[in-house]
Design a protein around this ligand. Structure first.
Ligand SMILES: NC(=O)C1=CN([C@@H]2O[C@H](COP(=O)(O)OP(=O)(O)OC[C@H]3O[C@@H](n4cnc5c(N)ncnc54)[C@H](O)[C@@H]3O)[C@@H](O)[C@H]2O)C=CC1
Length: 485
């Protein structure tokens, strides 16, 4: 059945939908069947200017509100999102192709968690008092000003909320540019924030490709840029932000290791490996795509993994029984198929999948490679699709060195029943987010982000506050002022 998800207009500025049909057309495609579900337009320079002007105008009153007042609005928005979770999840499924089974629990719901948690923190943001003899100093935690959020296409609603929640909690205003591939969820978020009582102009959405993002990042009125995207885009955006000495958060790609020792609980390790590779058809930045399995466990692990992945229910994402859907775009699917071909050409052993399914939409079967070596392309580059590589290892020091031998550093996982070893390996990982005996859980209470080429800054938790506020220090002289002459 053809779907439609046409929003009232392309952009949301100053509390209202805005359209400018002079902007480059953006067709929103439902990945499961290739049908066009909405027609939008990229922001023209006039629309970008309108968003910047609205943000600038909204900032003084929003930052002057108490944190408790700001937090109340964010928490109200969280409640509205939860009330409408099903509708928002269907929209997210149409936008991304991810199974409804996933979007019902992981997208809008995770966004609501961020708004609730950071809304709750907003009232308790403080500086500190520093006694200096009779004199003293104090610090004031201030917002940065106008923040630009730029999103990727894999978790559009979650990304918008993970950026908006800390920005707004701290008293900043935000202009959010979704990925041109998945522009719909952020518009709903903007509408809900207005309904929750957010003053006009505090959260604005403009659509467009990289050029619109670049125009925002390059504007002198913008104080901070938070990007979720690939490393190459991160380099460009970080450089442009540096030219203006702007704050940044960079949530970029990964090629994360998942290390499974011989004493691991096999079924749990396999469950985590599935969650670390095939959720969202593998389109997750933190995925543990290099699965290092101890040689003693390798055969049992591969048998169990292949048997379980073989039972994945692949199909219509809107059917709640489906747990594996299409790639978000035809283009991303082609990238993944090219990587699979390279894996085969370079000598990796295909255990499962490796093919495109014969049906509408770009469905790639969950793919498992074994006997992968560190030098193979599939073990070095981010694939961003349902392709898992199993690599063998013998000993702890060796596997840790190999796990860290990558330019990325987003995440890492270890499975073992030996807890001393688990903590030792976690301490040794060069990664921003690590899991012991589980994988890919990212509750809002926990900081999330990468090291090395995978990023700068942290999202969620109290840590996000540090990245959306700055300290002003005030020294207070209590006595006479001494001077040398
Ligand atoms: N670390 C994290 O939290 C996450 C990272 N990612 C990463 O995102 C990538 C996939 O997402 P894509 O949308 O393909 O990434 P992308 O890097 O192609 O695009 C990301 C966003 O940046 C915008 N953009 C592109 N060029 C720009 C420029 N010069 N200036 C400003 N904005 C620009 C795009 O329009 C889009 O909104 C993967 O590498 C993945 O690992 C995805 C999800 C989470």
């Amino acid at each position: 059945m053809p779907q439609t998800a046409q929003p009232r207009a392309s952009h949301y500025i100053n509390g209202a939908f805005v359209e400018d049909t002079a902007g480059e057309p953006i067709a929103v495609i439902y990945p499961a069947d290739g049908s066009t579900i909405a027609h939008l337009h990229a922001a023209t320079p006039a629309v970008v200017e309108q968003a910047l002007a609205a943000s600038q105008a909204a900032l003084p009153a929003w930052r002057a509100m108490t944190g408790t007042e700001r937090g109340r609005i964010l928490r109200r928005a969280a409640d509205l999102i939860r009330d409408r979770n099903r509708d928002l999840s269907v929209l997210e499924t149409l936008d991304t192709g991810k199974p409804l089974q996933e979007t019902l629990v992981a997208d809008a719901a995770s966004g609501a968690d961020a708004l609730e948690y950071l809304g709750g923190l907003a009232g308790s943001l403080t500086g500190e008092h520093i006694q200096l003899g009779d004199d003293f100093a104090y610090t004031i935690r201030e917002p940065l000003g106008i923040c630009v959020g730029i999103g990727a296409w894999n978790y559009p609603t979650q990304i918008a909320c993970w950026k908006a929640a800390p920005a707004l909690a701290c008293g900043n205003v935000m202009i959010f540019k979704p990925s041109e591939t998945t522009p719909l969820g952020a518009l709903k978020l903007a509408e809900i924030l207005t309904e929750a009582g957010l003053p006009d102009g505090v959260f604005n959405v403009v659509q467009g490709m990289g050029a619109v993002g670049a125009a925002l990042v390059g504007d002198a009125r913008v104080d901070k840029v938070s990007l979720t995207g690939s490393v190459p885009t991160g380099r460009k955006v970080y450089a442009a932000a540096a030219a203006g000495i702007k704050h940044v958060t960079m949530e970029l790609g990964g090629k994360s290791p998942l290390v499974i020792f011989e004493d691991a609980d096999l079924e749990n390790a396999v469950s985590a490996t599935i969650n670390a590779n095939f959720y969202s058809s593998g389109q997750i930045c933190s995925n543990g795509t290099r699965v290092f399995v101890h040689k003693a466990l390798k055969h049992a692990f591969l048998d169990c993994l292949a048997a379980r992945v073989g039972t994945a229910v692949i199909g219509d994402p809107l059917d709640e029984a489906t747990n594996f859907g299409p790639m978000a775009t035809e283009a991303q699917g082609q990238i993944v198929l090219d990587y699979i071909a390279k894996g085969v050409a370079e000598g990796a052993r295909l255990v499962l999948g490796g093919t495109r399914l014969d049906r509408p939409g770009c469905y790639i079967a969950p793919t498992i490679f074994a006997d992968v070596t560190d030098q193979m392309t599939i073990a070095r580059e981010e694939i961003f699709g349902p392709v898992l590589s199993v690599l063998d290892f013998d000993d702890e020091a060796e596997v840790l060195a190999r796990a860290n031998a990558t330019a990325f550093g987003l995440a890492a996982g270890v499975f073992t029943r030996d807890l001393a070893r688990a903590h030792r390996v976690a301490a040794g990982f060069e990664a921003g987010t690590c899991w012991i005996n589980t994988y890919n859980l990212t509750p809002v209470e926990m900081p999330f982000g990468g090291v090395k080429a995978s990023g700068v800054g942290r999202e969620n938790a109290k840590a996000a506050i540090e990245h959306y506020s700055q300290l002003k220090t005030v020294y207070v002289g209590m006595g006479d002022v001494e001077a040398p002459y």
